[in-house]
Design a protein around this ligand. Sequence first.
Ligand code: SF4
Ligand code: ZN
Length: 731
Amino acid sequence: MSKIIATAAIRGAQALVKEADEILEKTITEKGKDFKFEFPDTAYFLPMIYAMTAFKVETLEDMRVGLGYAKETLHEIPDEKLWRPYLGETLDSGMASLFAEEIILACRYVQGLEPIKDEEYGFEYNGFISDTIQRNLGIQLVDGSMPGFAAIIGAAPDDDTAVKIVREIQEKNILTFLSGNVEGNSVARQLHRKGVEMGWDARIVPLGPDTRHTLYALDWAIRASLIFGSVAPGDFKKHLMYQKDRVFAFAMVLGPLDDIIWTTGAGAINMGFPAMGDTDIPVIHPTGVCTYEHVDKELDHDIIVQRTIEMRGLKITVEKPPIPTAYGPAFEGERIRKDDMFIEFGGQRTPAFELVNMKELEEIDDEKVEIVGDWKAAYEAGGKMPLGLVIDVAGRKMQKDFESVIERKIHHFINEAQGLWHMGQRDMNWVRINNNAKKDGITLEHIGIIFTTMLKHSFKSIIDKVQVTIYVNEEDVNKEIENARAVYKERDQRLGAMVDETVDTFYSCLLCQSFAPAHVCVVTPERLGLCGAFNWLDCKAAFEIDPTGGNQPIEKGELTDDRFGRYAGVDKYLMETTGGQVETLNLYTIMENPMTSCGCFECIIALVPEANGVMIVQRGYTGETPAGMKFSTLAGSVGGGTQNPGFMGIGRNFITSHKFLSGDGGIKRIVWMTQNLKESLKEEFDKRAGEEGVANLLDMIADETVCEDSEKLMEHLTKVGHPALEMDSIL
Ligand code: SF4
Ligand code: ZN
């Protein structure tokens, strides 16, 4: 362990604490010590200080207290002769630096200096990362589609190297944060110059142009243990262990290191996040804090990404179809504007549809892609074209019910190809190919190849053979679309008839246990997982694909409470899989032993006792609610895998299920719901409300345009005669 590193980390911490002191006192002089501050859209105050010490920084005066903790952990640079080869001082200094940086950035927010806009280049940095984004990403973190996080600090030696490194990380589906600079140059600017798209969809997020902005990434990481891990604030050991074991982050430092980089890096090492440099720096080899090396160097930019990933102990295998463009989830969010578009299909412009059919094994010519009719000239001309995409699959363990599960994957599989874009489903789909992809050589055949490759990869154990037929003549498409519509209709009828009572088996989803160890989603035909990503059929298919995976069958057993939905088999299963933390569960109520919540719920239901009903708010809504809390605050008290009567995370589509709080009186209990939810669910909701005998229920339910507090809510409910007021007491 190098003396140089310890000295730099200690010196850096001293400098940052001094800087924090100065900016804080200046801010207090301007705004007064009682000035209230919170980072945008978070329920976790200054997250690093909160997680480590449990201290809630709510005002500028509180920041003085927070900075006090940093001062306590500062060290003097030790005497050469007293030097001991141990990391303690380096780690302490690193943590002090993170506290100081958090306060510096908070003060900069107070002064309106964050997030930063790069005026010269005309792009914006992200700044602080909100709880909403964290929760949005929750599912990708647990299902392995986002295996890790890279923080790149500094600038590559040249623009092309920057692009190369970032693309390589992107293709491994890792999320990249950018911060810092080398004499004004930075990876963010390098990418911008090269026209590389940045942002959350592209999985490249520029945080800010200074090393200090790296803290935003660490603030994000530390909230994983608060939000999903339910680790108590102040239990710093557990937080740090959680980070090391479950948050696969690492840093890459491009260019020379100064004291601030060293000390910030030392802070990250506390969390088990190692750093790789591309210059000749001193290194720290294994000593037990990180999984492997703590600090290492790799001067060869061709292998630096691979070496860094290995250093963090990540094993990543990526399956890519043989097509001439890049492929992976990082390209999923890419949009294709009209000017960039080469050709489009569907989207109300041409007839189009997509359909997955189950066939017998012998009916399929494996991996065959057939395009019916003479298509080449029409394709080469660009513009628009009809498209009928029929995917026939067969496999010994394939079931008719899985057709829809596989069909929904079409969207992801097309979008993951760089330069291809997909929206909608069934006979409402819309596909675009951009000019670059066309230049790279993408043809209609490649669309078929994507499926013959990726379906067999993703559904290994249920699909043995795939054949794709593509129709492009208007006449053919119009004919085939009728057949497809008949299939959709029959499928919907079959699914609609499937209710909790008609099956013997529910499914668990344990995916979020990697972040929220006590959480289990119990997924039934009428209740989807709370992230919205898994319904009962998805779980069933996932179990067939991987019998030892995250979705397990639950024999539902005897119905011991038919009003609240308690099943003996479910209770037994939960006892076993939560280590006794959940002893019993009621599926159809929010009031008594309701489902636990991990952290990635689409919506939260909260009791509004004075209205004798509940309110529902979706992730991403930042306004106030009649429960007296914003989504972020509500979410903070719901997550982490505990049962919280009166509060529950749910998937959006559960709202229109017959089993939605059926033990509490069902949808008539909803007294307030955001406009966004009202609009997006309208059709289904009105249907359900009609069945309950209150066809105009949606109009009686208040939203943010009516009120954001309970007093006005009560006035409104009384005025419109909302049914909840007449119902039995919910308490
Ligand atoms: Fe997590 Fe539940 Fe979604 Fe599974 S269904 S990923 S456990 S939220
Ligand atoms: Zn979850």
